[in-house]
Design a protein around this ligand. Sequence first.
Ligand code: UYC
Length: 228
Amino acid sequence: YPSDIDSLRVQLIDGSFQAQQQLIPQLVSRGDNGFDILMEFLYNRRQTPVSLVDGKVYQILFNSEYGKAKEFLQTYFPTGVVPLKSECAIDYSPLQQLLAVQDFQAADKMTIQKMCELAGPSASARKWLYFTEVESFPITDLQTINQLWLIHSEGKFGFSVQREIWLSLGKNWDNLWTKIGWKSGNNWTRYPNEFIWDLKAPKGHLPLSNQLRGVRVIASLLTHPAWS
Ligand code: UYC
């Protein structure tokens, strides 16, 4: 039914975010014709700010068996859909690659590693952050890290998601821990096995911030000027 797939194509181009999200599985079920439309869609979004739909479409093409899709991504999106901007010449492609294959546990470790790199050699050697180091993170770099998480998780993960939840809870830490699955009753969720390393996790579950040394690091992350 070519006219039917044409109509899906038009709906995808013109649709609201919600409509687009619902169209994606329909297109996937059409096989190669559907993938061609998803490629065209992503191609036309090259110059526009990245959205959650772009992330979803990228993810589907990336994980498809369609050879043409792999070639297409190699050519037009070799480092993904999120621009990997850094003010400190940090290479965020290792993080992008882990998120593209949805290896959220390795991506979580890589996030800590990249933030330590951002803080400087002493933090990289120490392998954890001082809140004062987080305060001086460039806005650009934190936004890149956050967008990578957001775009590759259908909007579920990222510091900005944690921040919204924290604000909605009147900045109450204990309620945040419970809401994002970091604590259950009086029990801390144990690292790493009790955390949920896929999209079935509660909203805001990742990336993790160890609370062993107190809340000041996560407080600096969630109040960073990157989000205002
Ligand atoms: N861990 O419990 N965590 C570690 C979390 C706490 C602890 C790493 C998060 C409570 C120890 C990450 C939570 C606590 C280590 C996280 C959590 C605790 C460790 C690896 C829920 C005991 C060994 C990166 C809030 C009651 C580390 C890193 C060491 C590691 C994350 C214990 C990402 C979100 C208060 C003993 N935990 N952590 O930072 O220093 O080491 O030897 O938050």
